[in-house]
Design a protein around this ligand. Structure first.
Ligand code: 5GP
Ligand code: MN
Length: 357
């Protein structure tokens, strides 16, 4: 990771000092990195005496709610989906907006919050690690792709601030735990996107007292049985692997209901087929209202990001991306998803452009 600009951190601190009310936001369907980064920054800003709230498009998934167990977080994390009135008021009244783990105000990344975010007149600070940021939206941008996670980028920024004086041990304990959670989930527990700086961060957070065993237990050993049963069914009955080395699994709403699957329960399914030697890219598609949610993961040499951008209305990182397939714009219905995936991934893997050239 390139080092953080001291000048930019000074600007971040001045903007923070000048703001009376601060809102932190992240992307729709927040994952561990989004929730972890928001909480870590919130705890640090609180420690610096600021009034701060977290406003998200969707609420915190149950699987991550253990991070909110501190008396403050649950009350100060609201979502547009669950409480549009409070979310609107907080965003409209804030003097400074932090945007974490996303970098555009698109409908697919911000859903219900997108129009509100676009209309804010306050300063906006970006802290993010995705490709292709829309820098015109931000007063100040920390945008770095050679880093494991937004949590890690935030960690290195925080170490440059007077709030920590360069020492991880001065982070509030809940902030340190949240940073470790964000980095751990985005690296898939150190399986990908691990940089030397990532291990340095992990080491310092451990020294600072983060209980990693307990964190891993909360993140990975608390699933509902239904999640594992559904994964078993999908791997056994539904996984297809094309001759181009593309694995895909599609799950429709009826099956999700049959298994009692909640938001966040299918997180990580897309990674599993990538462990098969001949698989170069893995696609996981999940039916939603009027579209299918698409997750893509690829091995080095295949760009999941380009495939998501060209064929699935999305983007993300080079080897981990996501997007959507709209019904009926892209496909007539969920039954046509398999045919679509086979067609476009064949084109993609064989280097043909979308226009056929
Ligand atoms: P996931 O497959 O875990 O949902 O997402 C993988 C990566 O792709 C994440 O870094 C996420 O930010 C990005 N991503 C997921 N969905 C979308 C989308 O609809 N649009 C864009 N631009 N990126 C997405
Ligand atoms: Mn992230």
């Amino acid at each position: 990771m390139d080092s953080i600009s001291r000048n930019d951190v000074s600007r971040l601190c001045s903007l923070t000092d000048a703001a009376e009310r601060i809102v932190i936001t992240a992307h729709t369907r927040p994952d561990g990195d989004a929730i972890g980064s928001c909480l870590a920054l919130a705890h640090c800003l609180r420690g610096a005496g600021k009034e701060v709230d977290i406003v998200l498009p969707d609420g915190c998934p149950d699987s991550l709610s253990f991070l909110l167990d501190d008396g403050w977080s649950r009350e100060h994390l609201v979502s547009m989906k669950d409480d549009p009135a409070a979310s609107t008021e907080l965003i409209n009244r804030c003097g400074l907006l932090f945007c974490l783990d996303f970098n555009t105000f698109s409908e697919s990344r911000c859903t219900g919050l997108a129009p509100l975010l676009r209309n804010t007149s306050c300063d906006r600070i970006l802290i993010d690690h995705h490709l292709n940021p829309d820098l015109s939206l931000f007063t100040l941008a920390f945008s770095e792709t050679e880093v494991s996670s937004t949590a890690e980028l935030l960690y290195w920024i925080l170490l440059e601030t007077p709030w920590t004086g360069g020492s991880a041990s001065r982070l509030p304990a809940k902030a340190a735990e949240a940073l470790m959670a964000g980095m751990t989930t985005d690296t898939n527990n150190f399986a990908n996107s691990v940089f030397p700086s990532t291990l340095r961060m992990a080491s310092s957070l451990l020294e600072a007292g983060v209980d990693r065993d307990s964190l891993i237990g909360s993140l990975y050993n608390r699933y509902e049985e239904s999640r594992i049963r559904l994964l078993g069914k999908l791997l056994h009955e539904d996984l297809r692997i094309t001759e181009d080395g593309v694995a895909y699994m599609i799950v429709d709403k009826t099956t999700l209901e049959e298994y009692g699957i909640r938001e966040g329960d299918t997180e990580g399914f897309v990674n599993v087929p990538l462990s098969i030697g001949k698989v170069k890219m893995s696609c996981f598609l999940k039916e939603d209202d009027g579209f299918l949610r698409v997750s893509l993961r690829s091995k080095k040499g295949v760009s999941a990001n380009r495939c998501a951008t060209e064929y699935f209305n999305g983007g993300g990182h080079e080897l981990a991306s996501g997007g959507r397939l709209y019904i009926p714009k892209d496909i007539a219905g969920v039954r046509d998803a398999a045919g679509y995936v086979e067609k476009v991934t064949h084109r993609f893997m064989n280097g043909e452009r979308q226009d056929g050239q």
